[in-house]
Design a protein around this ligand. Structure first.
Ligand SMILES: [Zn+2]
Length: 315
């Protein structure tokens, strides 16, 4: 989809489609983001004390515990306030913790709008990635403003607490298990499990049924991504429902399918490179195998970027 059509759609279909459309824009090979202006977030109830907030960037998870609210991901700049306003309709409890699944501006920028007392927790590589946001160039869904957001807010909302492979927070009905299973979208993607509810927030390492949006600048890998998802499928057994990074609720079987999809794509690209094909040849000829239900047929211009990135990894 070309940018002009994307922008036209934004006008035509309104705020409800912003998240999905912004995600589509991530597949664009070049160009600068038009970040969605702050608006209203929609709440979808997942369990009595767990909600998914849509709009304004990645899906936000809201976990209401006995002592306070844990927020997973905080969307684009200016969307922290809409999250807090929606929370007021769901609970009287204060926000006590933010967990960011990874470093991207559509998942962390709202942090700065929460009280400075809120504890921010991330995987340790994500903390490093967040610390150097202000020194790198914007990705297609970012702007200079979104990369400088912590610097501009005196580093409010930056993470202080980190984990490497696994950490549990709280107990019983309020327990949260944080896992890191390896590189994929970035090198710091956290899996956030609410074991009492059998629900997990996956962030963008499982954004939905879409092409891989690989971020090599933050350590992502198109070759390893599918393997990492296979480890998650084999390693996390107490989950039925997944809050995806940018799509609807999904299941562990959907995650397994995405693992297979990414492995098949990586294998096809590897073979094509070995056979001497150009990136453009692969982008214009690769088709989603029929067994992958729910995956849209990509256009060559959407495929070119991930194929190029996998070619670069194979060097
Ligand atoms: Zn992301």
């Amino acid at each position: 989809m070309r940018r002009g059509i994307v922008l036209g759609m934004l006008v035509a279909v309104g705020a409800a489609a912003l998240s999905a459309t912004a995600y589509l824009a991530q597949q664009q090979p070049a160009g600068r983001a038009q970040l969605p202006a702050p608006g209203v977030v929609e709440a979808e109830k997942v369990k009595d004390n767990l909600f998914m907030l849509k709009g304004g960037g990645g899906n936000t998870g809201v976990f209401i515990t006995a002592t306070g609210v844990v927020v997973v991901d905080t969307k684009y700049p200016g969307w922290g306030k809409p999250i807090l306003e929606k929370l007021r309709t769901l609970t009287d409890k204060p926000v006590t913790m933010i967990i960011n699944t990874h470093t991207h501006g559509d998942h962390v920028s709202g942090n700065v709008e929460f009280p400075a007392t809120v504890e921010v927790v991330v995987q340790e590589n994500t903390r490093s990635n967040m610390e150097r946001m202000e020194r790198r160039e914007p990705r297609p869904t970012e702007t200079r403003e979104s990369l400088d957001i912590f610097k501009a807010n005196n580093y409010r909302g930056m993470p202080k607490r980190t984990f490497r492979d696994k950490m549990s927070i709280g107990r019983g009905a309020d327990q949260i298990d944080l896992y890191y299973f390896g590189i994929g979208h970035t090198n710091g993607d956290a899996w956030v499990v609410f074991p009492a509810l059998r629900v997990m927030h996956s962030g963008d390492i499982f954004p939905g049924k879409s092409l891989p949006n690989i971020d090599p600048v933050n350590g992502g890998s198109g070759l390893e991504w599918g393997n990492t998802l296979a480890k998650v499928y084999g390693g996390i057994k107490n989950v039925d429902t997944i809050i995806t990074g940018h799509s609807t609720l999904m299941t562990m079987e959907d995650l397994k399918m995405h693992s297979d999809f990414l492995r098949d794509l990586a294998a096809a690209v590897r073979e094509a490179k070995k056979a001497g094909k150009t990136v453009d040849e692969v982008a214009s000829t690769w088709r989603v195998p029929a067994k992958y239900a729910g995956y849209p047929a990509p256009r060559p211009e959407q495929l070119r970027t991930p194929v190029q990135m996998i070619y670069d990894e194979l060097k």
